[in-house]
Design a protein around this ligand. Sequence first.
Ligand SMILES: Nc1ncnc2c1ncn2[C@@H]1O[C@H](COP(=O)(O)OP(=O)(O)OP(=O)(O)O)[C@@H](O)[C@H]1O
Ligand SMILES: [Mg+2]
Length: 499
Amino acid sequence: MSDYILELRNITKTFPGVKALDNVQFHLQRGEVHALMGENGAGKSTFIKIITGVLQPNSGEMFLDGKKVDFASPNDAQAAGIAAIYQHVTCYPDLSVTENIFMGHEKVGAFGRLQWSGMHEEAEGLLRRLDATFSPKALMSSLSVAQQQIVEIAKAFSQNARIIIMDEPTAALTKRESEDLYRVTEQLRDEGVSIIFISHRFEDMYRVASRVTVFRDSQYIGSWNVKDIEPKDMIIAMVGREITQLFPEKKHEIGKEIFRVENLGKAGYFADIDFTLHAGEVLGFTGLVGAGRSELFQSIFGIMPYDRGRIFVEEREVAMRSPGESMRAGVAYLPEDRQKQGLVLSWSIGRNISLPSLSSNFSRGWIREKEEMRRSHSLSERLTVKALSVHDPVSSLSGGNQQKVVVAKLLNANAKILILDEPTKGVDIGAKSAMYGIIDDLAKNGYGIILISSEMPEVLGMCDRVIVMKGGRITAEFDRGNASQESILEAAMANRRIG
Ligand SMILES: Nc1ncnc2c1ncn2[C@@H]1O[C@H](COP(=O)(O)OP(=O)(O)OP(=O)(O)O)[C@@H](O)[C@H]1O
Ligand SMILES: [Mg+2]
């Protein structure tokens, strides 16, 4: 028997004009959690799709238990015991948990009748094994992303998967939910399942994986024992250079007040919210899970009405009854849920980026397409979007590069106040540092930026001022000078206002 449950040799995959994988290799041991890391567009998702039979390589070989296999379709891979939980959850929202688990391999009784009670029962057992508390009869759409992932894992279980691949499973999860996922991952590992875990978060890798393989620019760079590799060397492997300074140095002046919120409240969500934002300022909002930050800013942006309080843009009161109204007032918003955030996948990168500014150019009578494309091009260059040209469709981009396009689109809007909800989630470390540079530049140019973030280094490294929320209320406010990880955490857990 081979030492490896899965081995890939010299895999190459090309798309028209792009080599997504160039002669890569990979070794997976039985019962290990193996992290696969690399920048946005490095080829990770493509590689996974080859293992799961969704894509076929142009050349290269795959061995399962030492025997050569060729998967012509996902069914072949499934039959061989390989299951994947994809980067973008691919469930059927209008069906029940049980239906989702057994989709494609339903239990059928005599006369071809579906055996619902048997399936519900089995689903219940699978969910219990994963410590899930929701019902197998619940609608998929009623679950959180974390719960939907548990359903996907249950589905893998129900197919007796021996290899489970998770493509950025923690990108949309809170810290607490990530902890739960690590636990389930370890449980699977202890039951003998081999796991490939893709992530951009070093903490995921150090927490849950024992081996790591790095791809860069479609190529295999190397594999290491996780305990033997330091973050600094991981960055060099992933990015090809050292990133010595992730955060820009802050040297610019903070200007006049451009945004003010007074006594804002919404029953059941948040209360007594008062803050100001100045030109040139990066104002952080942080807190633990469920602190109410996303809800607060959804209200401020007019997505969900607030029921008391006032909002002022440059001393002028605005009602913010809809996103359109907020945008007209000069406020732009990057929501946490990037996938619902209106990228038109079949459109080109350039057309997506220029969407928010099109109407202003229309008013001059015609779209100045060349200029739009030039702007789009420079924005996507700065954000390091990996594509051949801005004329490529967004659908051809890797997950992280699609997110960069969403950010570019936002930066192209005519707004002076930017609300960014977790802007660096799912983007690689090189792009992260580029994004920090852009935020800093915008601030220098008089923009006011609200940065909602759960990542402590990001909050401490980027913000001029930090507001901490808990249970829908502000519990503390710190200036750059006196904010520390400890003081912020203390405020995030506090029962009353401090600081
Ligand atoms: N269907 C496609 N058509 C054309 N190019 C594609 C297609 N799918 C992927 N690519 C290209 O292949 C390369 C690898 O993409 P892939 O999705 O594998 O990256 P990734 O490592 O998963 O990145 P991320 O971290 O952003 O998810 C990218 O340059 C991408 O643009
Ligand atoms: Mg990917």
